[in-house]
Ligand binder design. Structure first.
Ligand SMILES: *Cc1c(COP(=O)(O)O)cnc(C)c1O
Length: 382
């Protein structure tokens, strides 16, 4: 087996050496508490300030509008909980959100909130007229993805913001998957909250950020004095520094779709009964979601793993559950087609050689699985 080919960057990304180098001093001599007034503490506070402006530069917002959190899920939870702290009891979200949003909205529904889950069409898009019609005077919150983590489909952020801005609802966008892959300018956009996570852009797991528009009312989720009273808990200085560095690198290295397109074109040409899930035009530049007729994706993952290729079936959170992806189901795919899907997600570290190798390995794996299932089937011999 050759070296590992990592094509699961929508699940998490490797920490790049520059990022590791930037964070390391803060785990060694620079261990001070950023709230302490002596030099050791002030140095840590200054490092957080630098990271905050690096992330703000990538998000196109002011540093003061960013709060560091422990992960994307905490950012999402904080935004949603803050937005529903009003008297209003209606939430608009979609059927294809990340589990962080889905599960929290289920809980809020059980607590008496009315939840509208907007459907998507076969290409993974919302009907914006339907979004507009769903918002009512008692709507506290609209919470939607920017890019879908399973298909990469990108929703029209500006149009969504324009629609919600005409109402009194608060708009939260889960931008965890798109951040660093697609240019963003929050200033003037009309979004109230936006969630980010470091480990999707080459920082370590366990650090996130939440954009809080300076004009939106905000109730903290974790109480305390840190982060200007907006998020209690001593900051994870090293990981925050890493997130800042990763944001700076992402800003300087826009992600190109070239290798993704090369791989997708090659797979579509060499594998019969293979089709793309989701709108190919409005999509993250790194993501491919394909269905392979007659193939169980869980079986494909095992053979790919044996051959050194890491990718995923649907969402990584759904792996092992045996359930078809809720995203693909919402797009109207049959259970069989949803369960035959693979997601391949690249990063700026992916090499042309890895793409060439994958374009050889994957068709062979699919062919092998189809041969096995034909041999298993009595119909094949009749
Ligand atoms: C990964 C991901 C999250 C969760 O982020 P964590 O930092 O792992 O909690 C939320 N939303 C989307 C779209 C994601 O891809």
């Amino acid at each position: 087996m050759g070296p590992l080919i990592y094509l699961d960057n929508n699940a998490t990304t490797p920490v790049v050496p520059e990022v590791l180098g930037a964070m390391e001093p803060w785990l060694r001599g620079g261990f001070g508490n950023p709230s302490s007034g002596y030099r050791l503490g002030r140095a840590a506070a200054a490092a957080i300030d630098t990271a905050r402006s690096q992330v703000a530069a990538l998000a196109g917002c002011q540093s003061e509008e960013l709060v560091f959190t422990s992960c994307g899920t905490e950012s999402i939870t904080t935004a949603i909980q803050s937005a529903v702290a009003s008297q209003k009891r209606h939430i608009v979200t979609s059927a294809v959100e990340h589990s962080a949003t889905l599960r929290l909205c289920e809980d809020l529904g059980a607590m008496g909130f009315e939840i509208t889950r907007l459907p998507v069409d076969a290409s993974g898009h919302l009907d914006l007229d339907e979004l507009n019609a769903a918002i009512r005077p008692e709507t506290a919150l609209v919470s939607l993805l920017w890019a879908n983590n399973e298909t990469g489909v990108l929703w029209p952020l500006e149009k969504i913001a324009d629609i919600v801005q005409k109402t009194k609802a608060i708009l939260h966008i889960d931008a965890v998957q798109a951040f660093g892959k697609i240019p963003l300018r929050l200033e003037g956009l009309g979004v109230h909250f936006m969630s980010f996570s470091g480990h999707k852009l080459h920082a370590p797991k366990g650090v996130g950020a939440l954009y809080i528009n300076r004009r939106v009312p905000f109730t903290p989720f974790l109480r305390g004095t840190q982060e200007n009273g907006r998020r209690g808990g001593t900051q994870n200085v090293a990981s925050i520094v890493a997130f800042g560095k990763a944001a700076e690198i992402a800003a300087a290295h826009p992600l190109e779709p070239t290798l993704r397109d090369r791989l997708e074109t090659s797979l579509l040409a060499s594998i019969p009964g293979c089709s793309v899930n989701g709108d190919r035009a409005n999509r993250l530049p790194n993501t491919i979601n394909l269905s392979f007729e007659g193939v169980e994706s869980e079986a494909a993952l095992i053979l790919l793993d044996e051959r050194g290729v890491c990718c995923s079936a649907g969402s990584s959170c759904a792996t092992g559950s045996g359930k078809p992806s809720h995203v693909l189901k919402a797009m109207g795919l049959t259970d069989a087609r949803a369960k035959s899907s693979l997601r391949l997600s690249l990063s700026r570290l992916t090499t042309p050689e890895e793409i060439t190798r994958t374009a050889e390995i994957l068709p062979a794996v699919i062919e092998k699985l189809r041969a096995v299932s034909l041999a298993d089937s009595p119909v094949a011999f009749s």
